[in-house]
Design a binder for this molecule. Structure first.
Ligand code: DAK
Length: 260
């Protein structure tokens, strides 16, 4: 597929998907969101791809948010369509079977922070900035920020960020549990690829089962979550990868997973 607003590179099981509207700091236009949804669906189907990395083109921004210029012109029906498309993208991103790592290389604001919150985890460069500045535009987060941010950093910190619109740097984002690791801008993509390739070498079935169990269990009672885990765990025993992993350990050799 050829995209106008995205770049895609696939190497050793890892897809690097780059938001590519650097002149608008990679703001989420309708065209970009349409391509983003299509690209995620393609990557989910592509057996060559085991892990996805999301980043932004240019040195300044991951994604500076929803497209403010476009939103200013929208009537309520267009705003509803725009909102539905954004939600469709982020819920697909969150629930697709393959892990998605956000590599945040600059501003991730508003919808940009919300994209990262729907990823499996976040690495950032030391010049990254996160925030939900929608309050300054007289609106509130519209792509799940009021829901995913409190679940990630806790209610009180989320309230402070959403009510003030303040931006935080990468180190502060790491302290509050939003970001897992911080690198220099030069190291960000190589280090993220390193982590992605490590995950790509595991059993895709086990990764999928872990992702499903974590997502499905997160918002429910822990004992119900453990039931989900039990089912996901036991289903792996019908698969060749689990037999291979257990056998390889006993034979003192590295496992060869085949995703079956
Ligand atoms: N949208 C469109 N264009 C943007 C943009 C954005 N979010 N952010 C930046 N740009 C454009 C600028 O207009 C400028 O374009 P030109 O003037 O060159 O044509 C170019 O990118 C470079 O930006 P600046 O000149 O402003 O660059 P600076 O380095 O001076 O500042 C900045 C960088 C990131 C601090 C600044 O650009 C900025 O504050 N940007 C806006 C950040 C922001 O407020 N983001 C949140 C957007 S609101 C909803 C769904 C979703 C949402 C809401 C509702 N519903 C479902 C209802 C989400 C809302 C948002 O994300």
């Amino acid at each position: 597929m050829v995209y106008e607003n995205l770049l895609l590179e696939i190497e050793e099981g890892v897809a690097l998907l780059t938001f590519n509207r650097p002149k608008a700091l990679n703001a989420l236009s309708t065209d970009l969101l349409n391509e983003f949804r299509d690209a995620l669906q393609e990557l989910e189907k592509n057996d060559e791809v085991k892990v996805v990395i999301l980043t932004g083109a240019g040195s300044k921004a991951f994604v500076a948010g929803a497209d403010i210029a476009a939103m200013k012109e929208m009537n309520s029906q267009e705003a509803l369509d725009y909102s539905s498309l954004g939600h469709e993208c982020l819920s697909y991103l969150e629930t697709m079977s393959k892990p998605v790592i956000a590599a945040v290389n600059g501003f991730a604001l508003g919808g940009g922070t919300e994209v990262t919150l729907a990823c499996d985890f976040i690495f950032a460069s030391d010049n990254a900035k996160f925030g939900q500045p929608e309050i300054n535009l007289g609106i509130i987060p519209g792509y799940g920020g009021t829901q995913r941010l409190p679940r990630t950093v806790g209610k009180n910190l989320a309230r402070e960020l959403i009510y003030t619109g303040d931006l935080i740097g990468a180190e502060r984002a790491r302290e509050i549990g939003l970001v897992n690791k911080v690198f220099s801008p030069e190291e960000l993509i190589p280090e993220t690829k390193k982590a992605a390739k490590k995950i790509a070498g595991k059993s895709t079935l086990a990764i999928k089962a872990a992702k499903t169990a974590i997502n499905a269990g997160y918002d429910i009672d822990q004992s119900d979550g453990c039931e989900i885990e039990k089912k996901a765990f036991s289903q792996l025993f019908d698969c060749k990868d689990a037999k291979e992993g257990l056998t390889a350990f006993l034979e003192k050799r590295p496992p060869k997973f085949i995703g079956q």
